[in-house]
Design a protein around this ligand. Structure first.
Ligand code: UDP
Ligand code: MG
Length: 311
């Protein structure tokens, strides 16, 4: 019988683990699906890992691992995938904002032959207008970059073993799970769900961290900003030729402009563009530097005894 691995990144979620484990094992048990629940504690500073161990003693299908420090949700997802034994894996948040009753439905679609089942938010839950607008712009840009509609996409998805293996083979350090499944291809379908209220605790994302995440992911999927610098340069050259000719003509005709304002403006504009361009180049350089170092995406400190994957 096929095995389903459910991967649950958990960062300081001690109040959620027990309930999530209970709800999921009931749901999957009722649907008669063979499963394992893999909780990845992302360097939690509360009792998250201890709760995972307790749950694992009660139910051997609950497994867990703990990072040496906080590595971020992407790292947790990939760590979970690397130890999962399932023929299909589902990634979902452990605060049950991704509803458990969608899981058997995803599994059913997988049985029908789909290799990727994308969870699509039909409503974005309780998010501020600012947050919604920002998410809208970000996904608009990302969708154009990868030429696929990523609107309302999330990390809640089912992927077949074939896709898991493809993702685990990727050498890149800075992964973006949400977009990589689109990038990978395969037979895909979507399933929509309503984002539920968080069960316990607060969201781990601040606006600042979301903004950084957006810039990082947009630039790791595209070199468009670098090409924009070239366009900017071409426009500057065209302008400088026109302005240069005009200045020279005026000079030789004997009535050169009183140029102080023009000079100040030119210095400021050109200086601004130059610094911006340097910043963009610097950003890519930093990304390359991080990739070249080839450090692991995460460090696993310990795992529960029932994990036999390639840790
Ligand atoms: N998470 C994680 N590492 C982090 C931040 C978050 O593993 O550094 C997990 C978190 O425990 C949760 C999921 O990622 O299961 C989504 O986080 P959260 O609920 O805070 O985000 P939101 O639902 O508000 O987008
Ligand atoms: Mg959440």
């Amino acid at each position: 019988m096929a095995l389903l691995s459910v991967i649950l990144p958990s960062y300081n979620e001690e109040g959620n683990i027990a309930n999530t484990a209970k709800v999921l094992s009931e749901t999957l048990g009722n649907a008669e699906i063979e499963y394992e629940l893999i909780f990845v504690s992302d360097g939690s500073t509360d009792g998250t890992y201890e709760v995972i161990i307790e749950e694992s003693k009660k139910n051997s299908k609950v497994k867990g691992l703990e990072f040496s420090r906080n590595f971020g949700k992407e790292a947790s997802i990939f760590a979970g995938l690397s130890v999962a034994c399932g023929d299909a894996c589902i990634v979902m948040d452990c605060d049950l904002q991704h509803p458990a009753d969608i899981v058997p439905k995803m599994y059913k679609l997988w049985e029908e032959g789909y290799e990727i089942v994308e969870g699509v938010k039909s409503s974005r839950g309780k998010e501020g207008i600012f947050h919604k607008a920002f998410a809208g712009i970000f996904y608009g840009i990302m969708s154009r970059l990868i030429k696929m509609d990523m609107k309302n996409s999330s990390d809640f998805k089912l992927i077949d073993r074939k896709v898991v293996n493809v993702l685990l083979e990727l050498k890149e350090h800075n992964t973006f799970f949400r977009a990589l499944t689109f990038w990978a291809g395969f037979k895909t379908t979507t399933i929509s769900y309503d984002v539920a209220e968080r069960q316990y605790g607060t969201s781990k994302w601040s606006f600042k961290s979301l903004f950084r995440y957006a810039i990082l992911n947009a630039t790791s999927f595209s070199t468009l900003p670098l090409q924009l610098i070239t366009h900017m340069g071409v426009i500057c050259i065209v302008f400088s030729i026109i302005l240069g000719i005009q200045t020279l003509v005026k000079y030789f005709m004997g009535h050169a402009m009183e140029g102080f304002t023009t000079v100040i403006l030119l210095i400021l504009i050109v200086g601004g563009f130059l610094m911006l361009s340097l910043g963009i180049v610097g950003h890519y350089l930093a990304r390359i530097y991080e990739e070249v170092k080839g450090r692991p995406k995460f460090i696993i400190k310990q795992t529960t005894d029932n994990i036999h994957g390639n840790v």
